[in-house]
Structure formats: structure tokens, C-alpha cells
Design a protein around this ligand. Structure first.
Ligand code: FAD
Length: 528
């Protein structure tokens, strides 16, 4: 990787900060020369056939600019990727502006995927670099850019160590996450123990988040926010980036943002980094790039902020988008009767017997949740019933469960299960006929499915769908339980095509100078 010097700091510093956000996880319009240039002139007229989000807006006139700021780097979006990028650039000596559309930093998640962080090595976790790169490439049909995937594999461990070191300075410790919490033996698809570490909040961090639903998440937020402050990053809330500025030679020279007082023009000496997250809350983009989303139960995290702004700003100046369909991050956590944003109920997401509304089994219920969600989406009503019985506390122990399905507090709360039963969200019955009636599935088909499934459980061999034998449970001890599950969308993963230096590319595969993307705004990683 190059460490090309770009002024007071190196490209490598950009990459260090952004690598985590880019790869922590996961056919667009040909719009060359159609965005505003920094002399305010639009280069071509909108194309009526393209969806509205691809149409570049009218350029903002200089007379409408209320403030002009000159800086080195502007990072758009203060989520995981943007905070890391801003810190890395500021540590490298750059003057940094960090623009955030919302009132707070957009912080999500608790599990940070990495290879070879110190904490992983401490408990003997060793992930074969070449194997995991090729596995990610294989899941995406080798459509990702292997150099971008390698960037994550080669730098994510060091990036987490960098964050851990910043935490230590603030008396926030990091600890490894046990391999048993990350992987399950014998699954059809292998799980890799990529969770880098978890952070333990100190008293000051806890005081700032008294509810502390997710203390480990808040500890990381505290580390990043404190560093942003200490490094004098010019963080501006409620100031969304709205348009990129560029020269006739396609060099990005800055960005225009908007706050309650009007437009602010930021001229950048080094570059603009787009970290505006995903587009889950932009219906037209969802329809265009993830057609299967038409049948989902809803968005897990509905908000007005993650509307693909960075993707759009890139498209308007001719950036290349990952070809569609894009990879969605689907979860099987939509609980019929509750809002799509209701928190996951791990008991309902275990690999119990799963049937469609016709009463038939249709898939190996032990699939990773993205895959089982795809299976559900193909069923009538795009849903499934999960069925378990009174033996569940003993049976569930042998399934093994990974982080997102963990049956431990704060997500697994027994009183909540009782409440859901009382509300009829989880239905229970003393007979299979009664349960079939409550589910509204044909009783004869349902009973035949249960009989077959119970027989497979006795054989300890799933002849029908190849499910792990540990997950074959009989439905025989009353009361019986059922819950109707559907798919929710957590985030979208497709983005602007980048190279291994996180530079945004145009439709000819050429670098757009001065423009970078990271996190869920960037592409070439999670492909379908
Ligand atoms: C509830 C939840 C839990 C998750 N848990 C995990 C997990 O445990 N592990 C994991 O790897 N992933 C998890 N994810 C996925 C997660 O989205 C990404 O891993 C990560 O947050 C992406 O970071 P990001 O910086 O790209 O985007 P975001 O975190 O979404 O940040 C984008 C930021 O940009 C801001 N923004 C938007 N438009 C503009 C604009 N025009 N100008 C300025 N700012 C703008 C937004 O307000 C937001 O603050 C989770 C997602 C959700 C929703």
C-alpha cells in the first residue's frame, strides 16, 4: 500500500482511520460531468429517465453562501467511519471539519470485525488471512475488489489496536470476546471469530450514558468523541453536506453544507471523505438497488438521516456505484404485531422448526440470519412461523449461539417473553390443533410437518434440509409456542466504488481526485 504524502499527513493515515468503517462489515447511472462545478455551472441537464435521486440538483449560487471555510479535510458523516477518519486525519496534522446531519454522533453496533487485533491474539484467535479474504470474495461471487477486501484483512487488527490505545489513554480497557460467543461448531457455514474486542466503560463514560443499555458500545463512543474534541476537530452538528465542489478537471475541491443559517462552503486542500452511512431510509434507492426490500417487514432503524446522501453526491459528479442488486443486511427479527424497529427477541430467532403459512418446512433453519431471511422472503406473506415447546430452556443450550442471537441479557429477558405471550405476539397452546388455529395455518399439513420433524429429531438426522442435528428438537411437551417472524433491514451495504486507497472511482475506473469514501457509503466490498 502506498503511503503517498499529501501535505502534512499521509494517505496511509486516511486509510488507517477509514479501514474499519469501510470493511467492518460489507448498475448505477453513468453521470459523468453532470454535477455542479465550483464555478457554479451545471455540466449537463437532468436525464428524465433516471430515478430522481440520480438527478443532480441545481448548483448553489455563490450569492447564497453565508460562510466560506478553508480547511484540509472535510469528513461528511460522524458515524463509526467518519469519526475514525476524522481522528486519523487530525492526528496526521490536518485541519479537519467533521459534518454531521443529526444532533449526535451516529453510533451503532457493538461487534467490530477484525483480523489479528491484539485482543484476538491474546486468546489465541488466529484467522487465516487468505482464507477469509477468499471466503468474503466467494460470498460476493468474486465481484468485490479483492484489494479492498485485503485492505480490511490486513489493517483492521491494527486499526482496533489504535482505538484500544486511545481508550487506554482515557482509562477505558478493552477485553477479548470469547471464541464460544462468536462461533458454533458443526454449522453448515463456518463462522469466523472476527470480533476484535469489547470496551469496558469507565465511570466518566457511564455518567454520560446513565441508561447504559449497551455499555460496551458507549465506551467506544466515548473514546472516539473525546479524541475528536481533544484534537480540535471542527465538528458541526445539524450541518448536512449537500453538494460536492469540483473543478473542470473533475478534481473535488470541497463541499457545500447547510445549517439553519444557510449554506456554508468548505474549500479543501486535501480532500473530502464521504462517510454518510447507508441509504436504508431512502425508498427510491432501496427500490432501485435492493428490489427484494419491497417485501420486508420494515426498517430496523428508521431515521431521517441515513438517506444515501454521500452516494447521491458522488453519483451527481460521475462516481461509479456498485452494480445492483446491492447486498442488504437482513435480519430475521421482525416480530409480527410489533413495530419493525422493536428490539430482537433472541428466543424467537433460534433454529427451531420453521414453517411457512401453508404449514410446510422450507429451509435449514440454522442458516445465518441473512440467508434464512432470503428464504422467508420467498414464502407466501414473506414470513415464517417458528415453533418450539416447553423443553426450550434445556434444548436451547445445545444450539450454541453467536453474538447477535445470544440468549443473555440485555437482549434476552424472561419477563419480556412472558409479556409477549400475554399480548399474543408469541402464541401458546396445549394442542397442535389449537396452535394451528391460533397461527391460522392448515392443521392437517401442520401436524404432518410436526410428525415428520419429530421423526427426524429421533433419527438425529435432517434428511430434508440438512440442519445440524443439535438443532433438531421435537415438538411434544406442552405448552407449545409459536411466533411469526419476518425480515427487517438493518443497513444497506452497496456503495460508491472505491480503490484500495479509498479513493472514489468514476465509471471508467479512474480516480476522482480529492474524493474518498468509507463505511457503508463505500462499495467494492460486500457484493451480491
Ligand atoms: C442498530 C444497528 C446495529 C448495528 N450493529 C453492528 C455491529 O454490531 N457490528 C457491525 O459491524 N455493524 C453493525 N451495524 C451496521 C453499521 O451500520 C455499520 O457497521 C456502521 O455503523 C457503519 O458506519 P458508517 O459510519 O458507515 O455509517 P453510520 O454509522 O450510519 O454513520 C453515518 C453518519 O452520517 C450522517 N449523515 C448522513 N447524511 C449526512 C450528510 N448529508 N452530511 C453529514 N452527515 C450525514 C448520519 O447522521 C450518521 O451519523 C449496525 C447497524 C445498526 C443500525
Amino acid at each position: 500500500m502506498s503511503s503517498e504524502k499529501v501535505g502534512g499527513f499521509t494517505r496511509r493515515t486516511f486509510i488507517k482511520g477509514a479501514a474499519l468503517g469501510t470493511a467492518g462489515l460489507a448498475s448505477a447511472g453513468i453521470l459523468t460531468r453532470c454535477g455542479p462545478t465550483d464555478d457554479g455551472a451545471s455540466q449537463s441537464s437532468p436525464d428524465a429517465e433516471k430515478p430522481a435521486f440520480m438527478q443532480p440538483p441545481a448548483p448553489i449560487a455563490d450569492s447564497d453562501i453565508k460562510e466560506t471555510v478553508t480547511t484540509d479535510v472535510v469528513v461528511c458523516g460522524a458515524g463509526m467511519a467518519g469519526l475514525c477518519a476524522a481522528i486519523a486525519a487530525a492526528q496526521g496534522g490536518a485541519r479537519v471539519v467533521l459534518l454531521e446531519k443529526g444532533e449526535y454522533t451516529g453510533f451503532r453496533g457493538m461487534e467490530y470485525g477484525a483480523v489479528d487485533s491484539r485482543n484476538q491474539k491474546q486468546i489465541g484467535i488466529s484467522i487465516d488471512r487468505d482464507e477469509i479474504i477468499n471466503e468474503i470474495m466467494r460470498w460476493g461471487g468474486y465481484k468485490a475488489d479483492q484489494r479492498v477486501v485485503s485492505l480490511w484483512a490486513d489493517h483492521s487488527g491494527a486499526t482496533m489496536d489504535w482505538i484500544e490505545d486511545m481508550g487506554k489513554q482515557l482509562s477505558i480497557a478493552a477485553q477479548p470476546v470469547a471464541i464460544e460467543r462468536q462461533t458454533i461448531e458443526g454449522t453448515f457455514f463456518k463462522y469466523y471469530p472476527t470480533v476484535a474486542c469489547e470496551f469496558i466503560p469507565n465511570e466518566e463514560a457511564m455518567a454520560q450514558e446513565p441508561k447504559l443499555h449497551f455499555p460496551t458500545q458507549h465506551a467506544l463512543r466515548y473514546i472516539l468523541e473525546t479524541n475528536i474534541k481533544n484534537l480540535n476537530v471542527d465538528l458541526r452538528f445539524k450541518t448536512p453536506a449537500v453538494q460536492l465542489l469540483r473543478t473542470d478537471q473533475n478534481q473535488v475541491t470541497g463541499v457545500i453544507a447547510q445549517n439553519d443559517d444557510g449554506y456554508i462552503k468548505f474549500n479543501t486542500a486535501k480532500g473530502v471523505i464521504l462517510c454518510t452511512g447507508d441509504y436504508a431510509n431512502e425508498p427510491e434507492m432501496l427500490k432501485t438497488y435492493i428490489p427484494s426490500s419491497e417485501n420486508i417487514y420494515g426498517i430496523t432503524y428508521p431515521n431521517k438521516l441515513n438517506t444515501g446522501d454521500g452516494h447521491k453526491m458522488g453519483l451527481w459528479i460521475g462516481a461509479a456505484m456498485d452494480e445492483g442488486p446491492h447486498a442488504p443486511m437482513y435480519f430475521d427479527q421482525g416480530l409480527n404485531g410489533m413495530p419493525p424497529g422493536y428490539k430482537p427477541v433472541p428466543l424467537t430467532r433460534q433454529p427451531w422448526l420453521g414453517i411457512n403459512v401453508l404449514g410446510d418446512r422450507f429451509a435449514n433453519e440454522d442458516l445465518p440470519y441473512g440467508y434464512i431471511s432470503n428464504g422467508m422472503l420467498k414464502q407466501p406473506e414473506s414470513m415464517k412461523w417458528v415453533i418450539w415447546d416447553a423443553k426450550w430452556p434445556e434444548e436451547v443450550e445445545r444450539f450454541g449461539y453467536i453474538v447477535c442471537k445470544e440468549m443473555a441479557p440485555p437482549l434476552h429477558i424472561l419477563e419480556e417473553i412472558e409479556e409477549l405471550i400475554d399480548k399474543g405476539i408469541i402464541v401458546s397452546a396445549q394442542t397442535l390443533d389449537e396452535l394451528a388455529g391460533k397461527m391460522g395455518v392448515p392443521a392437517d399439513t401442520f401436524k404432518a410437518t410436526v410428525e415428520r420433524y419429530n421423526g427426524l429429531a429421533v433419527m438425529k438426522k435432517d434428511l430434508d434440509f440438512g440442519k445440524r442435528s443439535a438443532c433438531l428438537t421435537s415438538i411434544e411437551t406442552t405448552p407449545f409456542y409459536a411466533a411469526k417472524l419476518a425480515t427487517t433491514l438493518l443497513v444497506t451495504l452497496g456503495g460508491l466504488q472505491i480503490n484500495h486507497k479509498l479513493q472514489v472511482l468514476d465509471n471508467d475506473g479512474q480516480v476522482i481526485p480529492g474524493l474518498y469514501a468509507a463505511g457503508n457509503t463505500s462499495g467494492n466490498f460486500s457484493r451480491l
